[in-house]
Design a protein around this ligand. Sequence first.
Ligand code: ZN
Length: 243
Amino acid sequence: MRIAVLSDIHSNLVALDAVLASLGSVDTVWVLGDVVGYGPEPDAVVDRLVAIGAVAVTGNHDAAAVGAADVAWFNPDARAAIEWTRRRMTATTRAWLAELPPTLVEPPAALVHGSFREPLWEYITSGAEARASLRLLGDESLTLGLHGHTHLPVLWRLSGDELELIRVEDGSRIELDERLVLANPGSVGQPRDGDPRASYLVYDTDRAELVWHRVAYDVGATQAAMRRAGLPRWLVERLAVGR
Ligand code: ZN
């Protein structure tokens, strides 16, 4: 099976459509949360994911948008976008978001937004955080943890007791074996690694490999929609610089 793994779409329909157009043939699409928040088109993004039969877990922005997480944890711009999303989204969108589980297991893989220790909120940015999630995966006899939340495409891999951090880019290919890995596809709708192009990965279960991809999209079109919606200026500007 070829599985597209997307994360942190953040209501950016133009970026999502560019990714879907670039995929070629895939058997399914997995989404690692933060479907909404920051961006201008929550309903259209959820409609698209429903139409393609995507399988998703919830993110902290999704939970906040449906009132299942406290907006006090967000910075003022993120909070303003959550409040805008709450006012704007349809009951259908809200119901779909509210049903998303915090984790999903598809052996040998597991899906989560933040980390396996703290599914919605923990950012895996250090070796200690990576090891904690890898240990939980290993306890369940799983070898591939797929997560988002940091908006940075990277791979952590445990070889014996040695932990490697591998920075990936467009075209990076990682072969999977018995070693435990945590893979982050990067963000579709708000990349933060200095490259404004949408980021995702394809998991090929037959070849046992992950391949990362970057796709340019019309950033200006999303920015124009955000300005029309009255979303915070920094959220508009950051898309152009990938920060
Ligand atoms: Zn996010």
